[in-house]
Design a protein around this ligand. Sequence first.
Ligand SMILES: [Mn+2]
Length: 325
Amino acid sequence: MNDTASLAKQFKAELDGISTILIGTHLNPDGDALGSALAMSQYLNRLGIHNEILCHHPAPRNLQFLPGVEKVRQKPKYEKYDLGIILDLDSTDRLGNMEPFFTGCSRLVVIDHHVPHEAPGDLRIVDTSASATALILTRLFLALEATITPDMATCLLTGIVTDTGSFRFRNTTPEALGLSAVLLENGADLNRVSEEVFQRKPLASTRLLGHTLDTMRLDCNNQIAWGVVTLNDFEHTDAKDEDTEGFVNEMLFIDSVLIAAILREPKLGKVRCSIRSRGDLDVASVAREFGGGGHRNAAGCTFDLTIEEAETLLVNALKKCLASC
Ligand SMILES: [Mn+2]
């Protein structure tokens, strides 16, 4: 906590005399990415500091309920900003097309919980043991004695709920529960967050899930399961890439499965993979092998290959990962 107090002081010092701030987060933003960015924006609004949020992709359907989400844009207003604050990412290339706007900022603050890749930033508030970036931000706001409004609390809780899988993953620490309770006291709407993030999806998504589970592949005595969603599957069901969110978990739920993966081909020559594992199996190292990253039990990477080529490479690496344990 002392560490938080000193980082909070340094963060406050970064805001001294600043009039424009650019807030950024990663490609394919999740609840932690957008929840953190929006909470930061609302904190800066209360301080009267002009701020904008940039993200390579717009907010996905299940995060459209987040207060202030209309602020997320793909283009900045000005040419140069005093300060950039990037949240929930470990390297600036995860900013996608937004990267040059942030590397052009006079100073850069990084707030994150991933294992660092490149360690960019003039001030780094990074804690790899934190369940979510939103949790680090909650700590920071409390240390700064900032008012956490109900909207900020809902955004922050969305980050914690998303990254802990509704308080089910092993990163659900006493602190995650304790700070979530604080956010509830500040007016966060847990029921709304759970329903919007996890319990509402288009028919096309469920149809595509059916097809993906139907064609699921298994290897190593059913300890590895993976699904492949081709461009043709997307077109056939009218589903979007974001509609495959959670598919990989459905495969990990199978009792024999230790590693699950989903490969999607949202366009030809581009393959996105999400990988999940149980226990000590480190799939982040597999993802890093292919230029991706993440956490031990939840990681991802992208291939500029055909889906068949990507499948061969990934499955071989997953088999190695399983054998090494
Ligand atoms: Mn996160």
